[in-house]
Write a protein that binds this ligand. Structure first.
Ligand SMILES: [Zn+2]
Length: 123
């Protein structure tokens, strides 16, 4: 499960940061998740709940922001959101992102990652 390994890295990182700051506990974590990261927010929450049990992250609030993708087309120079269909197969298949202007495959600049935007600690 992709979400589980991502969340496990994330939880480890937050614990490390919280320790550095001598935090009593973590109150809230806010994540920016790229639309093209193929991470399912529900599964992320589930993994987070499991992984945070017994740690200083237990019972903290997890906020997930889904961020729009940003692509660039080398052929016509288009810069913006890609053209793709968000259907049920989206999470299982690997879609090909095409330029909405000329239809060429595009380079994904943003929207693939998952970053920790904000962590609220109780000191
Ligand atoms: Zn194009």
């Amino acid at each position: 499960m992709h979400e589980f390994s991502i969340m496990s890295q994330l939880v480890e990182k937050v614990i490390e940061e919280a320790r550095k700051r001598d935090a009593k506990r973590v109150l809230e974590i806010e994540l920016d998740v790229g639309q093209l990261s193929f991470l399912n927010p529900e599964q992320m929450r589930f993994a987070y709940n499991v992984l945070s049990k017994g740690t200083i992250l237990e019972n903290s609030r997890l906020i997930i922001n889904i961020m729009d993708a940003h692509v660039r087309c080398e052929v016509c120079g288009f810069d913006g959101k890609p053209d793709y269909v968000d259907d049920a197969s989206y999470h299982v298949s690997t879609p090909l992102f095409l330029c909405p202007v000329c239809g060429s495959p595009v380079e994904v600049l943003e929207g693939k990652g998952c970053i920790i935007k904000r962590v609220r600690l109780e000191l």
